[in-house]
Design a protein around this ligand. Sequence first.
Ligand code: HEC
Length: 107
Amino acid sequence: MKKLSLALGLLALGCGGSSGATCPTNSTLTYDNFGRQFFATYCDRCHAAGTRPTYSTLAQIRADRSAIDLAAAAGDSNVNTSMPESGTAPTEAVRRQLGEWLACNAP
Ligand code: HEC
């Protein structure tokens, strides 16, 4: 109950919270089969220009892992949708994959 009201409070503020995604031991998501394409499709358009964090390398993505989770990933606690700000957005299922991949430390 406490957790629920906290989540609702954060929602009311419009800032969400950590997705709460976890890394299943059988996760198959990697940078090559998921991450690279995800950022190229949904993020690089606005995040490759230099004024914002860029996500064009795996090292940059890993360094910004928690902020990316807060902005775009889904998991057991939250479905975060503040990014992408506009344009083509990933489905919730794809956001869950992002949460899982980040929770696995972006292999
Ligand atoms: C339409 C342009 C656009 C797209 C597409 C976009 N962003 Fe952003 N993003 C912005 C802008 C502008 C800011 C900075 C302003 C702000 O903080 O709201 C920002 C800020 C952020 C921040 C906060 C940076 C920080 O240091 O905390 C994160 C994290 C982020 N974006 C992640 C993403 C991810 C992940 C994607 C792809 C799923 C994405 N963005 C797609 C425009 C975009």
